[in-house]
Design a protein around this ligand. Structure first.
Ligand code: BGC
Length: 373
């Protein structure tokens, strides 16, 4: 279990700390000002040097946010006076492992990792730590290793909760009275984010499934059944094609789909359309350009806005903190258990976007706004 009720309560408290930016205290946690990750093993202080090499290992380009992150890290780190090495592990885990090894050889003093497979980087990150580097998990948690100092991400569980809420809201708005027929799609099983996304959504949807208001017609309700290998659109589409022909023949309607991101949402919509069925209410994530257009046009129901500029800025601020011989800012010390330790985290708040608030949410984003009708 990656989360429990305590975690949910903590989430609300984190929200309060972030929003208010104040020193709200709660049992077992520190105030925001005093929370920070002790970056070096053994608790000694880390001071990275002026002009230090900073490695940023990104996964494959499975969504637009990763592509934007590459540019923002290159520009932001260079501007701040560091030497960035920013790379994608396009061909998979082995390539990412080799890239991290090479960053260590080039004396990277901080290694920022968006892991392809959160459980496959222990050896590389342990050697990074042995060489004195600070390791920051970016967007995706690194699992089963002590060799990670901090985690900086949008709150993944909350992303799932918002998606579950949006699906219910959209069904009510667009499909009349329940019960509703739905299908569930999850992310890639090797990405540590996929389970919190799914569990967050199921915390909202499971009670409705139990009461009979939501019916998963295919019967595929577990994470393993719903997972999409490699976050690949074609895998989601193939699975949906099989579900459509097996469970939605004749007059059976599909009212809603839980999709963990925009790429998979568009793949599912293609499949449903090809099956000759009406557009279901469908969720997403990432505010990808095509999906935002689709939301504005009244097709895809929702997405999540996780402003990559904010996430990269928070990460570069953490590097700057180390350069000033300080510590990485943290606002959560409870939620992200990586199997061997609770990784101190800085969690940002995701925003749900529907047709109703899209113009307002993207107003200040040069890639997406201002929206015109
Ligand atoms: C990210 C999502 C993204 C997915 C596929 C996840 O780890 O948090 O924003 O949609 O990877 O790229």
């Amino acid at each position: 279990m990656s989360r429990n009720m305590k975690g949910i309560a903590a989430l609300a408290a984190v929200g309060a700390i972030v929003l208010a930016g104040c020193s709200t205290d709660r049992e077992g946690t520190e105030t925001e000002e005093s929370m920070s990750a002790t970056a070096a093993a053994g608790g000694s202080e880390v001071c990275i040097e002026e002009g230090a090499t900073i490695g940023v290992a990104l996964p494959q380009k499975t969504s637009e946010n990763w592509v934007l992150a590459e540019e923002l890290f290159n520009d932001g780190l260079t501007e701040a006076g560091y030497q960035p090495i920013v790379q994608f592990g396009n061909s998979g885990v082995t390539e990412q492992q080799n890239q991290i090894d090479a960053m260590v050889e080039q004396d990277a003093q901080v290694i920022v990792v968006g892991a392809i497979d959160g459980s496959q980087l222990g050896t590389q990150l342990e050697s990074a730590k042995d060489g004195g580097a600070t390791v920051i998990a970016y967007d995706r948690l690194v699992k089963n290793t002590e060799a990670v100092d901090a985690y900086i991400a949008f709150d993944n569980y909350q992303v799932g909760v918002l998606q579950g809420d949006a699906l219910l809201q959209g069904l009510g708005e667009r499909k009349g009275e329940g019960p509703y027929n739905i299908e569930l799609i999850a992310g890639s099983a090797d990405d540590a984010n996929s389970i919190p996304f799914f569990e967050g959504a199921m915390s909202v949807l499971q009670p409705e499934i139990d009461s009979g208001n939501l019916v998963v017609v295919s019967g595929q309700t577990t994470f393993e059944q719903a997972a999409t290998d490699g976050w690949q659109a074609e895998n989601a589409q193939t699975r949906m094609d099989t579900i459509m022909s097996g469970s939605y023949s004749g007059d059976t309607e599909l009212h809603g789909v839980l999709s963990p991101n925009d790429t998979l949402a568009r793949a599912a919509l293609t499949s449903v359309d090809q099956a000759g069925k009406d557009t279901p209410v469908i969720t997403g994530q990432d505010s990808e350009v095509e999906s935002v257009k689709s939301i504005v046009a009244g097709e895809q129901y929702s997405t999540i806005y996780k402003d990559t500029r904010e996430l990269v800025a928070q990460t570069i601020d953490s590097v700057n903190a180390l350069a000033a011989c300080g510590e990485i800012p943290i606002n959560d010390t409870e939620q992200y258990d990586n199997g061997v330790k609770i990784v101190p985290a800085y969690l940002l708040e995701p925003t749900i976007v529907t047709q109703e608030n899209a113009a307002e949410v993207y107003a200040n984003d040069p890639t997406l706004g201002p929206l015109t009708e």
